[in-house]
Design a protein around this ligand. Structure first.
Ligand SMILES: C[S@@+](CC[C@H](N)C(=O)[O-])C[C@H]1O[C@@H](n2cnc3c(N)ncnc32)[C@H](O)[C@@H]1O
Length: 244
């Protein structure tokens, strides 16, 4: 998969050279390409922003350098399409479902803003707008990095063990069950006996129940959309009864 990032701060994406993302690039499982709209500015100051029409504080990103950067990417792909995403606090809130959808796309282009944000006409150049959450960042780069990580780890070959993405939080609308590793006792807290039993069916049952318990306690909103069996519902009813 190819990630293209339109950014005024390409150096921030050096972070992707570390760990599994770095390895995935070395193995060519993913390809990351940054492009700086400033390189497409036409005045001698290489301006990419200007004061807002109508007055007000801050500077607004100009449409022309962003449009030229996107055109350049399109031309370099020889007309092959890319899915273009604008990073903005006004967008659809990013979830695991977006990451799953993006991981099946051949080329994802992420457009990062800065300053007071984009000239409204830049919105017409993209397919979708995404927000990392209900807060305001200085720029879109951290949001783009989060999207790249969440998406890339779902691409076959990026993680050593694909099963780990099948069981984890949000994979099936639930939070993950509690995990333990050695030692068996840490500061008086014991690993649950069932996990030491070697009984795989009992371990799977315990994990499902703990996953449901944790989701009920921390994110009951997720249960409304989760795929639940009769047994799951009975367990949730029991948990609700014992809580009150
Ligand atoms: C300071 S913000 C501009 C916010 C803009 N004035 C507004 O109120 O919507 C600058 C840039 O950071 C990025 N950004 C800020 N918060 C974000 C978020 N929650 N998710 C994604 N991108 C964000 C966007 O690219 C945005 O254009």
């Amino acid at each position: 998969m190819r990630f293209e990032i339109v950014t005024l701060f390409p150096e921030l994406f050096e972070l992707t050279r570390t760990g599994l993302l770095g390895k995935a690039q070395d193995a060519k499982t993913i390809d990351l390409h940054t492009i700086n709209p400033r390189d497409f500015a036409t005045d001698r100051h290489r301006s990419v922003d200007d004061a807002p029409y109508g007055g007000g504080s801050g500077m607004v990103l100009m449409a022309a350098p962003f449009a030229a950067a996107l055109d350049h990417l399109d031309a370099a792909r020889s007309g092959k399409p890319a899915h273009k995403v604008l990073l903005t606090p006004q967008g659809d809130r990013f979830t695991q479902a977006h990451a799953r959808r993006f991981s099946k796309i051949e080329t994802l282009t992420l457009v990062c803003g800065r300053y007071e944000g984009f000239d409204e006409r830049i919105r017409g150049l993209v397919d979708e707008e995404i927000s990392l959450g209900d807060f305001v960042l200085l720029g879109g780069e951290v949001a783009a990095l989060a999207i790249i990580e969440a998406t890339a780890r779902l691409i076959p070959g990026v993680l050593g063990n694909e099963q780990s993405t099948a069981d984890e939080s949000h994979a099936h609308g639930l939070l993950e069950y509690p995990q333990f590793t050695r030692p068996e006792v840490f500061r008086g807290a014991r690993v649950p006996e069932v996990l030491l039993s070697g009984n795989h069916a009992a371990i799977a049952r315990w994990r499902r129940k703990e996953s449901l318990r944790r989701t009920l306690e921390r994110r009951p909103d997720l249960l409304e959309k989760a795929d639940l069996s009769e047994e799951d519902r009975a367990w949730l009813d029991e948990l609700r009864r014992t809580r009150t």
